[in-house]
Design a binder for this molecule. Structure first.
Ligand SMILES: [Zn+2]
Length: 178
């Protein structure tokens, strides 16, 4: 019973989050075959240490749940995960963690997709609705919360993109040195 209502709560929160982020969405595609994989409506977090973003929902993926892989080093050392493949090209694009160190508990059972395998495009959506909603007093706190989570999602995407640019720059300068 308890888990039922918790599920319901999570679903409601999930819906709210989708509405929220629908104002500023990054669409994510497989970098190898351009298959659509998801969007930042279901963004859980950005894992800079793993160079990955974590989604609660993804499409056109296949989770290889027939065997577990174990990580032996890095921030996720000791964790167990299934490989996540793109259904379009069968390339491994990420992981679905099943056992994690405590610091990564929030990414367990989610889809951790490595940024090297992703293309992302921002969708520009109307911000007018948000402003109109904000004039209703009842919705004000909610709207503020939504704006905050929007900003957080944007910041996380920027961190990921910035990190990617830095690595590309260093790769590029190495190539030039040769
Ligand atoms: Zn693909």
């Amino acid at each position: 019973m308890v888990s039922d209502s918790e599920d319901l709560k999570q679903t409601e929160q999930g819906n709210k989050l989708s509405e929220t982020s629908s104002k500023k969405i990054f669409v994510l595609q497989c970098a190898h075959c351009k298959t659509l994989l998801g969007d930042t409506c279901s963004l859980v977090s950005a894992q800079v240490e793993l160079s990955a973003i974590v989604l609660s929902k993804a499409v056109n993926i296949a989770v290889e749940d027939s065997n577990f892989e174990i990580s032996n080093n890095g921030i996720d050392s000791g964790s167990a995960f299934h490989l996540v493949k793109c259904s379009g090209c069968s390339n491994v694009i990420g992981r679905c963690y099943k056992a994690t160190p405590r610091s990564l508990d929030h990414i367990r059972d989610m889809f951790t997709l490595f940024e090297d395998n992703l293309l992302s495009y921002p969708l520009s959506c109307s911000i007018e609705n948000l402003v109109t909603e904000g004039t209703k007093e009842d919705n004000q706190n909610e709207t503020l919360y939504e704006v905050k989570s929007d900003i957080r999602a944007m910041q996380q995407m920027l961190v990921i993109l910035g990190d990617r640019i830095l690595r590309m720059e260093s790769k590029f300068s190495k190539t030039n040195d040769c």
